[in-house]
Ligand binder design. Structure first.
Ligand code: ADP
Ligand code: MG
Length: 471
């Protein structure tokens, strides 16, 4: 414990140490890791954050946990404020007259802009549109997006694009299976962009198509063109719906080109890789390939747990860890299902006025929780699918050969058996020719550690999962 005003840095380090125990690892990494204690005095502690976005997040979503951690370190607690400093204008450890701590609130966009020089705001008619008016879901922010191995590339790319629209990756193309966070990330970009006073158009490809067709029918294509081409940022969700609609593709192509040439940011999502959108005109495909393409994989166990914990906290539920573990192990891949489960559980707890325990969940509630569509994959199916995909015999994968190809197939099999069939490590080891549980653990860790950076592996996993999920 200390009350010294001289050592804000060390003091904040201590608070961070405390926070590491309180928040999930991904959250800590994303929001807290790069913060620095700046000054301390007069009942106030100022924390320096890398950008306004982090400041907002800490202020709005983590304030109470930070306050509590602070109270453990500083006697009686202090008020914590977050400050963002434009690079170079203020050295860490000193405060200048006139640039005192600034509380960043969502409704003070001018403040946020004034201290953020990363993006010059362009003047135009749409600036300052409210998120709701732009069709954005208030909950789909970066702050509510849990980052893990499976989605960190996509999240980082989305964040980079939102922070410097039109500069980094243009277009940005995000693809994944359903319910894995594409729309969420798209809206998150939208929120950040709007908070900076830039103009934005968010549309599902269906909306885009309908609007386009209506404009043609009513002879108002000029208006359509102007509306779409005036945006600083265009977010287009679910581009796969444009497949086979030639006229709309034409309209999209011209809109795309006009925006792209003007240096405006375009972000597109799809439920399949760009190369699989075979019915898209070649010229659109090559445009998409010219930017950055990122995918989101099914979340691993750790990420599922972090998401569950975050959602439970958000909705004010306190569920025991073993229940969270159980849910995360039970729901495979789709985060929307994960959320659905949690909601059903909350409703059940409320209606029956019972405390949720693992026994209760396992017994009485298990049926309510079972997602209607998803079956648990049998270990044989998983194993056979992996063998077929890598063209490796079952005997070979179970055997002792250790060449690179066989070893990869074997590790992928172990990983998928863990993720998709939810088998215990020891059982997986037995299945795979009597290997011990630490070998399996090593394999699972190796694969999940590589998912982030290895695009081949990612597409292998996506393809195998696709086969597994098709009826
Ligand atoms: P998609 O567009 O890929 O089908 P969504 O973006 O609609 O998926 O996501 C489905 C649900 O899961 C949404 O409620 C979203 O908020 C949630 N979700 C997805 N990924 C995450 C994540 N990484 N952290 C928190 N919530 C997530
Ligand atoms: Mg979506």
């Amino acid at each position: 414990m200390t009350t010294s005003a001289q050592k804000p840095r060390q003091l904040w380090e201590a608070v961070l140490g405390e926070l590491q125990l309180q928040v999930s690892r991904p959250s800590y990494k994303t929001w807290l890791k790069d913060t620095v204690g700046l000054s301390h005095g007069d009942g106030e502690f100022v924390v320096l954050t890398p950008n306004t976005f982090v400041a907002e997040m800490l202020e709005q979503r983590m304030y109470s946990v930070i306050s509590k951690a602070m109270a453990k370190v500083v006697d009686g607690g202090v008020e914590v404020r977050f400050q963002t400093v434009a690079e170079g204008s203020l050295a860490v450890g000193q405060t200048e007259a006139g640039t005192g701590p600034q509380r960043v609130r969502r409704d003070t966009q001018e403040d946020a802009q004034a201290i953020d020089h990363a993006v010059p705001a362009r003047a135009n008619g749409h600036a300052g549109r409210r998120p709701a008016a732009a069709g954005l879901n208030a909950r789909y922010t970066f702050g509510h997006f849990v980052v893990g191995n499976s989605n960190e590339l996509a999240q980082a790319a989305a964040l980079a694009v939102a922070e410097r629209p039109g500069f980094t990756y243009n277009p940005l193309f995000i693809y994944s299976g359903v319910g894995l966070g594409k729309t969420h990330l798209l809206h998150a970009i939208g929120h950040l962009v709007l908070s900076r006073g830039l103009s934005l158009i968010y549309a599902t490809t269906e909306e885009f198509t309908n609007e386009f067709i209506k404009a043609i029918r009513e002879g108002k294509t000029e208006g359509f063109r102007n509306r779409y081409r005036s945006a600083d940022v265009l977010l287009l969700d679910d581009i796969q719906f444009i497949i086979g609609k030639e006229q709309t593709q034409e309209g999209f192509f011209h809109t795309f080109n006009a925006l792209h040439m003007a240096g405006r940011q375009i972000v597109i999502t799809s439920d399949r890789p760009a190369t699989d959108l075979t019915l898209l005109e070649d010229r659109i495909q090559s445009r998409l390939a010219g930017g950055l393409v990122v995918d989101i994989q099914a979340p691993d166990l750790e990420t599922k747990l972090a998401i569950l914990a975050a959602k439970a906290e958000e909705t004010g539920q306190s569920l025991p860890n073993d229940v969270l573990d159980f849910l995360a192990g039970r729901i495979h891949s789709n985060i929307r299902e994960l959320e659905g489960c949690l909601n059903r559980l909350a409703a059940y707890a409320q209606i029956t006025a019972r405390t949720i325990t693992l026994d209760l969940v396992k017994g009485a509630v298990a049926d309510i929780l079972r997602p209607a569509s998803r079956r648990r994959l049998s270990d044989t199916v998983v194993l056979e699918t992996v063998c077929a995909y890598y063209s490796v015999d079952k005997e070979t994968i179970l055997g002792r050969l250790r060449d690179k190809h066989t070893a990869l197939a074997r590790q992928v099999a172990m990983y998928l058996l863990r993720e998709e069939s939810n088998l215990p490590l020891a059982s997986i080891g037995r299945l795979l020719g009597g290997r011990d549980h630490s070998t399996v653990l090593h394999a699972c860790r190796r694969i999940s550690g590589r998912i982030g950076a290895d695009t081949h592996l990612r597409s292998d996993l996506a393809n195998i999962r696709e086969t597994l999920s098709s009826p």
